[in-house]
Design a protein around this ligand. Sequence first.
Ligand code: CTP
Ligand code: MG
Length: 419
Amino acid sequence: MSRDGHYGGTVNDSTVAVIVVAAGSGTRLGHPEPKALVPLGGDTILGVALDAVLGMREAPYVVVVAPAERVDEVRERCAPRAAAASVDLVVVAGGLTRQESVARGLAELPREIEVVLVHDAARPLAPSAVFDEVAAAVEARGHGIVPGLPVVDTVKRVDGEGHVLETVDRSELAVVQTPQGFPREVLESAYVAAGADFTDDAALAAAAGVPVDVVPGDARAFKVTVPSDLRRAAQELAERAASAAEPSAPRALPAHAPVPRVGTGIDVHAFDAADGTPLWLAGLEWPGERGLSGHSDGDAVAHAICDALLAAAGLGDIGGMFGTVDPRFSGAHGEVFLAETVRRLAAAGWRVGNVSVQVVGNRPKLAPRRAEAEALLTGLVGAPVSVAATTTDGLGFTGRGEGVTAIATALIVPASGRA
Ligand code: CTP
Ligand code: MG
């Protein structure tokens, strides 16, 4: 742990830290609470801002700089959220100016931090992606990075008496936001060197000769300064919550996505009136059980699976494929049909996803050998086969013990390379 802020490694080996400055009083907002603790969308301004930080692609180390008299309370609120996101978080008391608050946050960074993002809690809706982009740009360029938006209004330079002196070329202007990111050592040196009070870190860094680049900002990263900003934030947050709650529109499969197909197969065999016919079901022999009659071995489970697979592939059915009079299949076991079916599917460009089959009948009791049956059939089909069984509560021919029904569903997918 790096609760001490200086020694051991961070929980998740982060080399990126985010300092969230939240120690201002919010004079212009005019709320009794310090601005960061003002309610917003069932949370606080700081809570919403923290969520964006915790939503970063790679977990950062987080320092929250809180109003001095509210440090414990802020720690209690923030620590569980950070812990739930496996993020290291420390809370420290801020100073009299924003710059001083940032400096106090910087003093908390563990040794291994290489990139520092400074963010105003007062910009609670700044999206996580902006944090990711700023951090990535600092890493890639080694410069200071600030998110900025173009100026849309015409801008005038005006003197103290309200006379317009000139129209400023707005194409050269940007409105900058936070998070602002810097290589850690560069920002620390700039803070040590700072001889004046600056309104943002980019100005402080630039004064120390640090190159600073602008990357695209986001309108949602606006700063809550006056009451109308708070209303806007609450409304945007409500819209965000509503759109997250909306079920997403059903999406069609992409035009070239491989489309899986399903098939159903049913087979019924009567118990053989003659004693001594062996029972074959689900690929297994069942000693001591009355056998099923049929041209082949009467394995309704294997046959239902074949029919489901053939139907899914549009290759007809087992009767058409093997013929009920073909002497080669007289007495043949289920595995013969299954192997040939799977081979034909593969030749047609299909691969089996899975098969589910249910046996309907009083006997045999399937449960004791279910795992054995599933393993055998899975091996034959080359994909998971699950076997279930049910009785019909004494109803119908299965209830009277006259025979067995098996119902199978198969999912198949185009084998890679299928046109
Ligand atoms: N900030 C800070 N410590 C200070 C002053 C400001 O951590 N001594 C933080 C604020 O909490 C805010 C950010 O810096 O997240 C930007 O400051 P600003 O919007 O000016 O907030 P306040 O100073 O709180 O508001 P005001 O200027 O209206 O009093
Ligand atoms: Mg202020």
